[in-house]
Design a protein around this ligand. Structure first.
Ligand code: FES
Length: 115
């Protein structure tokens, strides 16, 4: 299952009929970086080592993007709730949560981060 953003909302691409995506904006993890520069969410995931095998990482990053566009200052509970549909078999949840909090701070331009 592969998560993509369809008009900014995370969906499992294999569960969306192609005809329903016509005329809509589709963003994959490959399209998140711009001009060779990683997106701040990607940077936060790397700096927090928020993955092990990385199988789940694109889904978490794209879902985080959707979350932070809806809610730039989520609480830990809101992050857990929004990302609940994503599974990490490696159990990197704590580091993912830290990365999302840090990414939110980066996108708000906050000077203070977790570290
Ligand atoms: S890092 Fe391996 S499944 Fe999440």
């Amino acid at each position: 299952m592969r998560t993509v953003l369809l008009d900014g909302k995370p969906v499992s691409s294999c569960l969306v009929l192609a005809a329903l995506a016509e005329g809509k904006e589709i963003l994959t993890i490959e399209g998140l970086a711009t001009d060779g520069k990683l997106h701040p969410i990607q940077e936060a995931f790397i700096e927090h080592n928020a993955f092990q095998c990385s199988y789940c990482t694109p889904g978490f990053i794209l879902t985080t993007k959707s979350l932070l566009e809806e809610n730039p200052s989520p609480t830990v509970e809101q992050i857990r709730g929004y990302l609940a549909g994503n599974l990490c078999r490696c159990g990197s949840y704590v580091k993912i949560q830290d990365a999302v909090m840090d990414a939110a701070a980066r996108l708000r331009g906050a000077a203070h981060r977790l570290f």
